[in-house]
Ligand binder design. Structure first.
Ligand SMILES: Cc1cc2nc3c(=O)[nH]c(=O)nc-3n(C[C@H](O)[C@H](O)[C@H](O)COP(=O)(O)OP(=O)(O)OC[C@H]3O[C@@H](n4cnc5c(N)ncnc54)[C@H](O)[C@@H]3O)c2cc1C
Ligand code: SF4
Length: 330
């Protein structure tokens, strides 16, 4: 670069940052994470300087710091955007992976994240023609008085089937809900309720307008695994999302969510106690798998053998843990 060009670029930087930015600013192209993904070496000063010089950010350093520490917002609605968004590729790979496993390419390009979160639950006895359902006497979900999955049950247990939702739960994401000029936010975990007829907290007239992933989720190791008969398009018959905060002296927290077995994703209890202070090794993965196995009892709500799906719970938990471990060491 010519001296005049460097001077023109440095004029973009406020005076108070001049002696804090370490030069040279090094950028690494991350082809393995997709087009347009880079890792920037440095701190918030270098990040600000880089954004400023590129014309990517117009505000002051103080505003930049606030925005940097506030929740990360994904602003484009299509599911497929999550697979292309550079910040997801760089910091939330499991989220990008889950989005990339939703249905097929056409559906990901048209379907929205809001729609995916509000996706209706699925059941063998419900996703049928009217004639078929009538012959069976209908069911609790519509027009009938009994459930064919849990025949003594009083609640519909059709399966929650969004691939993205379990990962958002493990990241501590929030859903913004709007009606008219009113806004409220709930954690994604609290967004779902265990009733397959209407498995979320939306009231009539309310819309999902925003999903935010908190800045605190940065640096979490995350994995997502999905069991389905055909790799190209099918809904999950079991899905596992896992995150852990790993430090030099072992795990400092973790979340494990199992879904596609009931009307809402299930957050496995006792996970903190299993991982706390331990490395994310095979023994921990095995213990997590066993905890999930004990707590999960798939039903015949989707058309795949429930015993097989249960046996797959620990297998897929171990794969999710392995993914979380290897994603960050690769
Ligand atoms: C063949 C097939 C396979 C599929 N496989 C998978 C899969 O493997 N994994 C997976 O996760 N999904 C799968 N899907 C679901 C698909 O990804 C979703 O349908 C899509 O993400 C949502 O699409 P949409 O935005 O068009 O919402 P719609 O289908 O239009 O809406 C879904 C529901 O959400 C409501 N809704 C939509 N947007 C909002 C909003 N912003 N606020 C409040 N309510 C809203 C609608 O009223 C409706 O009740 C599959 C779908 C098909 C057809
Ligand atoms: S779980 Fe029961 S009530 Fe719900 S759709 Fe299936 S059969 Fe109907």
């Amino acid at each position: 670069m010519k001296k005049s060009e460097i001077e023109a670029l440095s004029a973009e930087l406020p005076d108070e940052l001049r002696d804090r930015v370490k030069l040279p600013i090094v950028l690494l192209r991350r082809r393995e994470l997709g087009p347009g993904a880079f890792t920037l070496l440095g701190d918030e000063y270098e990040e600000y300087a880089f954004s400023k010089v590129l014309g990517d950010y117009a505000g002051t350093f103080t505003e930049f710091q606030k925005a940097r520490d506030s929740p990360t917002v994904f602003y484009k609605p299509q599911v497929s955007e999550l697979t292309r968004e550079p910040r997801v590729a760089a910091e939330f790979q499991a989220l990008g992976k889950a989005a990339g496993l939703v249905a097929g390419p056409q559906l990901r390009n048209m379907g929205t994240l809001g729609g995916n979160l509000c996706l209706d639950t699925r059941c063998t006895y419900y996703n049928q023609t009217y004639f078929w359902r009538e012959a069976l006497g209908f069911c609790l979900k519509k027009d009938g008085t009994r459930c064919h999955v849990v025949t003594t049950g009083k609640r519909c247990v059709a399966a929650h089937s969004s691939d993205v939702a379990p990962v958002l739960i493990t990241l501590g994401a929030e859903v913004e809900i709007a009606r008219g000029g009113e806004r409220r936010s709930v954690p994604v975990e609290a967004f779902f309720v265990g009733d397959g007829i209407h498995n979320n907290v939306l009231e009539p007239g309310e819309l999902v307008t925003r999903i935010t992933v908190p800045a605190a989720a940065r640096g979490l190791r995350a994995g997502y695994q999905k069991l389905r008969p055909r790799g190209a398009i099918d809904f999950p018959m079991l899905s596992i999302a896992f995150t852990a905060r790993v430090a030099a002296d072992g795990c400092q927290g973790a979340t494990l969510v199992v879904s596609a077995i009931a009307a809402k994703p299930r957050t496995i209890s006792g996970v903190e106690a299993i991982v706390s202070g331990r490395p994310l090794d095979d023994a921990v993965a095995e213990a997590l798998g066993q905890a999930a196995y004990k707590q999960c009892h798939p039903l015949i709500n989707v058309p795949y053998d429930q015993d097989y799906r249960r046996e797959m719970v620990p297998v897929f938990v171990k794969r999710a843990v392995r993914m979380a471990r290897e994603e960050w060491t690769a």
